[in-house]
Design a protein around this ligand. Structure first.
Ligand code: AMP
Length: 231
């Protein structure tokens, strides 16, 4: 069984890399944020409870989060492992995960950190613009619209969410980074941390992540990596 933990601040590129890694390694991508958004969408009891915290940008209490994650990991497709994204977010979650996996005779094989300096994260996150009509997302640096201020797809005006302004982004990020550093430290102390430079082009970050994961995954995953190799 191969459990990989993917760590990175918002804007580090986890959202881009996680589905690619899942595909190349043949493991399900389990993102607690996605599980919560699904629960909210479905209107389940967990969703109703979680929404109160998510709306305020706060973490959902560990009791709810852990149960939801462990239920997901009990699904048959996660029998051979999973790529965990957005979990653990604090030391208590990291400990609970270790205990729960040990009960299954398993463990986290490697924690992959996509490292991006704080100033660059602020730059990436605060450059986000969203189209008013349909929510299409642009980014000043990585995905600018063809005509400034207008959506390529439907021509509607691009707006910046309050959340995505530079000052708001910097404040929110600082809080998230301190929690992330604790979790990074947790895996470093256990010799499980591998850090990948998130400033490199996305395809190189993918290769770095795959190389770091290689020790923790089976031969089937290695052959699918070979097919997708770049450069
Ligand atoms: P994300 O998509 O990872 O940014 O998660 C969206 C929201 O879901 C977060 O702002 C939290 O409210 C909640 N959430 C996701 N993962 C966790 C977690 N591991 N612990 C607590 N809350 C979480």
């Amino acid at each position: 069984m191969t459990f990989l933990v993917l760590l990175g601040a918002p804007g580090a590129g986890k959202g881009t890399q996680a589905p690619i890694l899942a595909d190349r390694l043949g493991l399900p991508h389990v993102a607690t944020g996605d599980l919560f958004r699904l629960a909210v969408h479905e209107g389940s009891a967990v969703g109703l409870e979680a929404r109160r915290y998510m709306e305020r940008g706060q973490l959902v209490p560990d009791s709810i989060t852990v149960k939801m994650l462990l239920d997901r990991l009990a699904q048959p497709d996660a029998g051979g492992g999973a790529i965990l994204d957005g979990f653990p977010r604090n030391l208590a979650q990291a400990d609970i995960l270790a205990t729960a996996l040990a009960e299954r005779g398993s463990a986290v094989g490697v924690a992959l950190e996509i490292e991006v300096p704080e100033a660059e994260l602020v730059r990436r996150l605060s450059g986000r613009w969203i189209c008013q009509a349909n929510g299409h997302v642009y980014n000043e640096s990585s995905h600018p619209p063809r005509v400034a201020g207008l959506c390529d797809l439907d021509g509607s005006t691009l707006i910046q969410r309050e959340d995505d302004r530079r000052e708001t982004v910097a404040a929110r990020l600082a809080a998230q980074l301190s929690a992330l550093r604790e979790v990074v430290g947790y895996y470093r102390e256990r010799g499980l941390l591998r850090t990948i430079d998130g400033l490199r082009p996305a395809a190189e970050v993918t290769e770095g992540l795959l190389a770091a994961a290689r020790g923790a995954v089976g031969p089937g995953a290695r052959s699918s990596e070979a097919k997708g190799r770049v450069g």
